[in-house]
Design a protein around this ligand. Structure first.
Ligand SMILES: Cc1ncc(C[n+]2csc(CCOP(=O)(O)OP(=O)(O)O)c2C)c(N)n1
Length: 516
């Protein structure tokens, strides 16, 4: 058995079922080995940022790593932005980077580059198997490393000669570390803060935004009148009818300040201390109000749900969680707008849907409009690097066959990784993509206005996507995804109904004005 075969058999034996791949010559032995590894499905992605984002979506939904196969430093570099988002999400993910044969590296062939520098930027764990004999154990270690709570990017850099040389053997799974239990005194001191009678915010992140954590947090809020908030950009949040509703901290610091106002204590459960997305000349970077003490109940690598449940048992032993009531918005008629799209999505969102939200300024109304829809999962732009939404939808759909996936995309963001649509078609994934076609980088219009005295024509032109207008229906149909375009609410509702009813991928280009 060669090194590549040992790698593939170890992956399959450790329960890795999908490999999102964009290979090159240095990975040909891995590619060849797929025929002998029927339990590992290779999914071709036409750009590395699609492969890495898809692996992120898969890991967010399953808690298990998908593999991603990339071609040397340049392939890794193309996939880096979505690996960054995966790192911020705490997603378990295994990156396999093919490298030149060890003896070839000193010749400085054209694709030679500093793979370690690139991998180090996003990986919590990096290893280079030096011999085929090492590959099995290194792969098993990589999978266990990827699953170290809450999850991280683990990278194996595999020289071509280690791939093709004989001597490999598969290794059994390596033990995975469990989430760290939160010590009793951290729970006691959070309870003391909650009982102080002083205004408290309990901020939830990571696993704290899944149903058990939300239910425990709801009990705590009911019994103590602590205010609940979710982190601004969660990796995965469970929400909808029957699940306690929690608002997320706003992206705009001005709104977030209102949500945090008056807090004397901030208790963190799986969330980081809140900071502004960017620095602004006249704003503080920290969103913790002056005079507010920060208490860490659980870090993202701790047992967040367990800590919340223990805290609820202390301060709210007889209190039940308060579930969100079922509620659907009325669908307006007339010209299509971002709030109109949100209302239609809120009215039609199917039970068990997975929403990959990269709608940016057009998405402001989505949380409100979908709050009382049947239970669903919401995946957000964890690391702020756009081009995540379509790939994450790809991985989520492969992770959860049978569940409908919605990718809600700003037009600018959709273009970064538009070739994900081809993988949606090729794999016949049940993904409905809605592109909010406002034909601008609207959020940057807003930021330009906030940061500068006034922008001229040249500046505004740099944020304009209307010349030429992008025909998303042509792009989608050209890649095998049935598509339609509309500028009215009634048509949009009809198109969304059809897209949700028919299996396989669809795209709807929703022509909307910038929301202001
Ligand atoms: C990788 C990356 N490149 C650039 C940016 C800067 N950026 C933030 S939002 C944005 C435009 C988003 O446009 P669109 O998706 O159409 O949403 P809209 O702002 O119109 O709502 C850009 C370029 C970024 N966040 N990430």
């Amino acid at each position: 058995m060669n090194g590549a075969q040992a790698l593939l058999r170890t992956l399959a034996g450790c329960g890795v079922t999908v490999c999102f791949a964009n290979p090159g010559t240095s990975e040909m032995y891995f590619v060849a080995g797929l025929d002998d590894t029927p339990d590992l499905r290779g999914v071709l992605c036409l750009y590395e940022g699609v492969a890495t984002g898809a692996a992120d979506g898969f890991g967010r939904m399953t808690g298990r790593p998908a593999a991603v196969l990339l071609h040397l430093g340049p392939g890794l570099a193309n996939g880096l932005a979505n690996l960054h988002n995966a790192r911020r999400a705490g997603t378990p993910l295994l990156a396999v980077i093919g490298d030149h044969a060890s003896y070839h590296k000193r010749y400085d062939a054209p694709l030679e580059s500093d793979i370690d520098a690139l991998a180090g930027a996003v990986s919590g764990w990096v290893r280079h198997p030096a011999r085929p004999e090492d590959v099995g154990a290194d792969t098993a270690d990589a999978i266990a490393a990827a699953m170290t709570p809450p999850g991280q990017v683990a990278t194996l850099i595999l020289p071509a000669d280690v791939s093709w040389s004989e001597g490999g053997a598969p290794a059994p799974p390596a033990p995975v570390r469990a989430a760290t239990p939160v010590p009793g005194d951290a729970i006691d001191s959070a309870a003391a803060v909650l009982r102080s009678g002083e205004p408290c915010v309990l901020m939830l992140g990571g696993a704290g935004l899944w149903r058990p954590g939300l239910e425990a947090a709801s009990r705590i809020a009911e019994a103590t009148s602590a205010r609940l908030l979710g982190e601004t950009f969660p990796a995965r949040m469970e929400r909808g009818a029957g699940i306690p509703a929690v608002s997320r901290l706003a992206y705009l610091a001005e709104f977030a300040a209102g949500q945090m106002e008056g807090a004397r204590h901030l208790i963190l459960a799986g969330a980081r201390p809140p900071v502004t997305f960017f620095a602004y000349p006249a704003l503080a970077s920290s969103m913790v109000p002056a005079g507010c003490d920060v208490h860490v109940l659980a870090t993202p690598s701790d047992d967040v749900a367990g800590a919340l449940a223990a805290l609820a048992d202390l301060v709210a032993p007889d209190t039940k969680p308060v579930p969100q009531q079922p509620e659907r918005p009325a669908v307006p008629d007339g010209e299509l707008t971002a709030p109109g799209v949100a209302a239609v999505i809120g009215a039609l969102l199917p039970e068990g849907a997975i929403v990959s939200d990269e709608a940016n300024t057009s998405g402001i109304w989505l949380p409100g409009a979908t709050a009382g829809a049947p239970p669903h999962d919401w995946l957000t732009l964890t690391g702020g690097a756009i081009g995540q939404g379509l790939p994450v939808a790809t991985g989520a759909a492969l992770a959860c066959p049978g569940r409908p996936v919605l990718a809600l995309e700003g037009d600018g963001s959709a273009m970064y990784t538009i070739s994900a649509l081809w993988s949606h078609a090729r794999e016949q994934l049940d993904i409905t993509t809605v592109v909010f076609s406002n034909r601008r980088y609207a959020i940057l219009d807003m930021e330009l206005g906030r940061m500068t005295a006034g922008a001229g024509e040249a500046a505004r032109s740099l944020l304009d996507l209307s010349r030429p207008a992008i025909d998303f229906t042509a792009l989608a149909t050209g890649m095998g995804v049935p598509a339609s375009r509309t500028a009215t609410v009634t048509e949009f509702a009809a198109q969304l109904r059809t897209a949700l009813a028919e299996p396989g991928p669809h795209l709807i280009e929703a022509v909307v004005p910038v929301p202001w």
